[in-house]
Write a protein that binds this ligand. Structure first.
Ligand SMILES: C[S@@+](CC[C@H](N)C(=O)[O-])C[C@H]1O[C@@H](n2cnc3c(N)ncnc32)[C@H](O)[C@@H]1O
Length: 232
């Protein structure tokens, strides 16, 4: 069942699908690619593993998985316009929702998802669903936006996210103007409910073990990875 948040995400990403990659890199002050590569490099899979990239968007993570890890990748997203931009690369693309994946249990050796959990109604249930399609012993890695804990860095982050980002985004396009206004408050509200220790707890609760986290750029990016508990 499509939710109100699914509709919001689809509308917002339809508005920026034409120009996604370079503004994302620019507005993250050059950090977007670095965070993504950190998650891809932490995914503990062998060459030729079958990996699902959930919320693949224009396929940036999926392409890194192919080029850096030699993985076979399926990219899934709920915004058709974003998937259209991912076409032409060596990735199979599927339209779908993270909350209800169109795959049988234990289908994948690895799963990656980036900037997804702010767009779902129930983060714990969505994590359960992601882990369902991962084989026992398989690996999962993600990136979410975080907020710096250090006082000075946090003040700088607030000024940037709440004031400069909306201003800079509004120059790019009307679609980016909406995203620029949405992002700061959305990241703050997500981090109030799911600060990194709570996220780590959710991963364990969903059946992941050896869960590790790395905070990048003073904590503005949070990379999480782990492996699925083996069946006993
Ligand atoms: C910020 S973009 C990230 C795209 C890509 N992962 C990257 O790192 O460049 C977020 C993507 O999540 C997708 N999305 C949001 N909610 C989703 C859901 N419930 N299921 C699948 N995709 C979703 C959006 O359509 C959008 O393409």
């Amino acid at each position: 069942m499509t939710t109100d948040r699914n509709l919001l995400a689809r509308r917002m990403f339809e508005g920026i699908s034409d120009t996604y990659d370079w503004p994302a890199q620019l507005l993250s002050l050059g950090q977007y690619g670095r965070w993504r590569r950190c998650a891809v490099d932490r995914l503990q899979v062998t060459d030729d593993a079958l990996v699902l990239d959930v919320a693949t968007g224009t396929g940036l993570v999926a392409r890194d998985l192919v080029s850096r890890r030699g993985a076979r990748v399926i990219g899934l997203d709920l915004t058709f316009a974003m998937l259209d931009r991912a076409r032409g690369s060596n990735i199979a693309l599927v339209s779908g929702r993270a909350e209800q994946l169109p795959f049988p249990d234990a289908s994948f050796d690895g799963i990656v998802f980036t900037y997804l959990l702010r767009y779902v109604n129930d983060a714990a249930a969505t994590l359960d669903e992601l882990v369902r399609v991962l084989r026992p012993g398989g690996a999962m890695a993600s990136v979410e936006f975080g907020i710096p804990t250090n006082g000075v860095a946090r003040a700088g982050w607030s000024i940037y996210a709440m004031h400069l980002l909306p201003l800079a985004s509004s120059v790019i396009s009307p679609g980016w103007k909406e995203v620029g206004r949405f992002l700061g408050p959305s990241i703050m509200s997500f981090n109030e409910s799911f600060p990194p220790p709570v996220l780590e707890h959710l991963w364990s609760g969903a059946g992941m073990q050896d869960v590790r986290m790395r905070r990048l750029t003073f904590g503005a990016g949070v990379v999480t990875w782990g492996t699925k508990v083996n069946a006993r």
